[in-house]
Write a protein that binds this ligand. Structure first.
Ligand code: UTP
Length: 277
């Protein structure tokens, strides 16, 4: 059973400068909600209620967002604006939030290892909230699909999607043998390969389910691409033992760490969810 979701939010967000100079990119809003809130909602919808954050400098706003702002609440109590806080209030009520800090930004693998103290020895999900994901209309969210799969398969799972060949160097890329239309058993994975070196065009996106032995493996994983400790390199060890599945999720994903993806996501959400006040 998976109860906890880890949110590594310590990255510098350099693709979004200067917006991210003093502010976490996970606080950037899509319409009226910060990216990280969409991630927490997706995790709660998947049945997880322990939200664990690996934060860094300039990330205080994330902790404040998942807390009560008494002065503000006092100001708007009894006005129509109060209802605008319903969604976030529900999250605060239903979930627990815990935080630890990554002191040096040594990569996603290192950020996940830093979260070990919040996770302990149990399987857990990882959400990179700058990848904004939606399931198909009326269907389960992406993490919910993965949790259901974990319950049957009991091994690490990465969410994948096909990307144009010339974009492989922005992703971890897998090779695998097909189990069914949506599922592959991973046989190889490479972090940010050049198109000519990529084992396929199946890219890992920001949703993972990891078994807790991954922490010991990350500890033994040397820095890889860009001198960072890569989760892809650690997962390759599990994959070599046949213990990693890649799942082509049902739904859509937007790369909100890039300006283009962010604008696309904003337009999509405006067309799909926005209700004029
Ligand atoms: P990204 O590759 O998107 O890096 O990290 P970034 O620093 O956030 O953004 P850019 O590329 O400079 O614009 C993937 C995820 O891993 C987290 C980030 O916060 C993001 O959610 N991360 C990355 C950490 O928490 N710590 C790190 O040391 C590196």
């Amino acid at each position: 059973m998976i109860r906890k979701c880890l949110f590594p939010v310590a990255g510098y967000g350099t693709r979004f400068l200067p917006a991210t100079k003093a502010m976490a990119k996970e606080i950037l809003p899509i319409l009226d909600k910060p990216l990280v809130q969409y991630g927490v909602e997706e995790a709660l919808q998947a049945g997880l209620d322990g939200m664990a954050f690996v934060t860094g400098r300039s990330k205080r706003a994330i902790e404040d967002h998942f807390d009560i702002n008494y002065e503000l609440e006092d100001q708007i109590r009894g006005t129509p604006k109060e209802a605008m806080l319903n969604g976030i209030r529900e999250l605060i009520q239903k979930c627990t939030f815990s935080y630890t800090r990554q002191i040096q930004m040594k990569g996603l693998g290192h950020a996940i290892l830093t979260g070990r103290t919040l996770i302990g020895h149990e399987p857990f999900a990882v959400v990179l909230s700058d990848d904004l994901c939606f399931g198909e209309p009326g269907g389960p969210g992406v993490l919910q699909q993965m949790v259901a799969l974990y319950e049957r398969q009991q091994c690490s799972i990465v969410a994948i999607e096909e990307v144009p060949r010339d974009q492989t160097s922005s992703y971890g890329v897998i090779a695998g043998t097909a189990i069914d239309e949506r599922l592959l058993r991973v046989t190889d994975m490479v972090e940010k390969p050049k198109p000519e070196d990529a084992p396929s065009n199946l890219a890992i996106i920001g949703r993972y389910i990891l078994t807790p032995d991954i922490f010991d493996i990350i500890e033994e994983t040397p820095p890889g691409r860009n001198g960072e400790i890569q989760i892809t390199d650690a997962l390759l060890r599990q994959a070599k033992e046949g213990r990693v599945l890649a799942y082509r999720f049902k739904g859509r994903r937007f790369d909100c760490g890039s300006v283009e993806g962010y604008v696309e996501a904003t337009n999509h959400c405006f067309d799909t969810f926005y209700q004029r006040p």
